[in-house]
Design a protein around this ligand. Structure first.
Ligand code: EPU
Length: 302
């Protein structure tokens, strides 16, 4: 989708937006997959409601992209423009046990910055790739830690009201890889309440999680993390593995040899390849176990 109306192009700088025309989403996703579109970089988010209204009035559909680490974007010319927040400096401010964090901040860097200031509770999140906003949107978790319970307040652009609202943590429902935010809500800032802990102790927790992750996940390959959610009481990775599907591939989209719930772009995989692989693995699991796996990765559909 291209923004061709010169009036809209001219209005963008005043709304705190930089236009990057014709950007390939392969450069903006950890899978290295995705078509081309205009990218709107939001330098200042105060005018976000006006921007969304402007695009809506002009009939230009949009999608919001965080760190691009848990998303599968279709191939070809995309039917949406893509909005992405630009990370400000500084992106984390600390006050006692509270961390005020910009949604565009890198999750791992935020965890280590807080750790250096003796604020812990997020050790398990250390190797989860992506932004703080993305982690919040999905209630990211690993090794017994989820971000949701640490949330005190979130500033969010609500798709329903097209306004920026501030929600208390208790007003948000955080479940396993799911929150009560609408798919089009845009996280802007979050305030976390973190327990005080000595740096050394946090560092040891981080080291243990990093070690476990390195031993079980394909960290240096292009992936979007786990493709499927675990079914209640079960493990998607174990089921796919037991079916002998490690290494199974459609084109360059491949089930990881290291962790069967990670699907890798082993070269030049297209979104179509990845979607075929997802459909095939889901069907094999359904036939073998009678379990209908639900995608954990967010698939952009028309
Ligand atoms: N397993 C296999 N074969 C495999 C993969 C796993 O037999 O190929 C077995 C393991 O041996 C283990 C069980 O399955 O007994 C569970 O595996 P693992 O400990 O790797 O955890 P997981 O349930 O597969 C979850 C999250 C990960 C998170 C880890 C660590 C989901 C879908 N996945 O994986 O999150 O990093 O626990 O806490 O909840 C993600 O969300 O993208 C993600 C990677």
């Amino acid at each position: 989708m291209r923004i061709s109306d010169p009036k809209i192009v001219a209005a963008l700088p005043d709304l705190g937006v930089e236009l990057r025309p014709g950007v390939s989403m392969t450069e903006h996703t950890s899978l290295g997959i995705g078509g081309t579109t205009d990218l709107l970089r939001i330098v200042r988010h105060a005018h976000l409601p006006e921007l969304i209204d402007l695009l809506g009035a002009a009939g230009i559909p949009h999608r919001f992209l965080g760190g691009g680490t848990n998303v599968l974007i279709p191939d070809g010319e995309l039917p949406w423009v893509v909005l992405q927040l630009v990370r400000p400096q500084p992106d984390v401010r600390l006050e006692g046990n509270f961390a005020l964090v910009d949604a565009a901040a890198d999750l791992g860097r935020m965890v280590t910055y807080c750790a250096k200031n003796n604020l812990g509770g997020m050790e398990g999140l250390i190797g989860v790739p992506g932004t703080v906003g993305g982690a919040l949107r999905m209630n990211a978790g690993a090794y017994g830690t989820q971000i949701g319970p640490l949330v005190r307040e979130v500033e969010v652009h609500r798709a329903a009201t097209r306004r920026i609202e501030t929600l208390r943590g208790s007003q948000i429902n955080f479940e396993y890889r799911h929150t009560s935010f609408a798919p089009d809500d845009i996280m802007l800032t979050v305030q976390l309440e973190l327990p005080s802990k000595p740096f050394r102790e946090i560092l040891e927790g981080i080291r243990i999680c990093n070690e476990k992750r390195r031993a079980s996940q394909p960290l240096n390959q292009k992936s979007a993390g786990c493709i499927f959610k675990n079914p209640p009481g079960g493990s998607a990775g174990r089921m796919i593995d037991q079916l002998g599907l490690k290494g199974h591939h459609v084109g360059d989209a491949r089930v990881s040899d290291r962790h069967a719930n990670f699907f890798i772009n082993a070269g030049h995989a297209s979104a179509a390849d990845m979607l075929s692989l997802i459909a095939e693995v889901r069907e094999r699991v359904r036939r073998a176990y009678g379990v209908d796996l639900e995608e954990e990765v967010i698939v952009w559909k028309g």
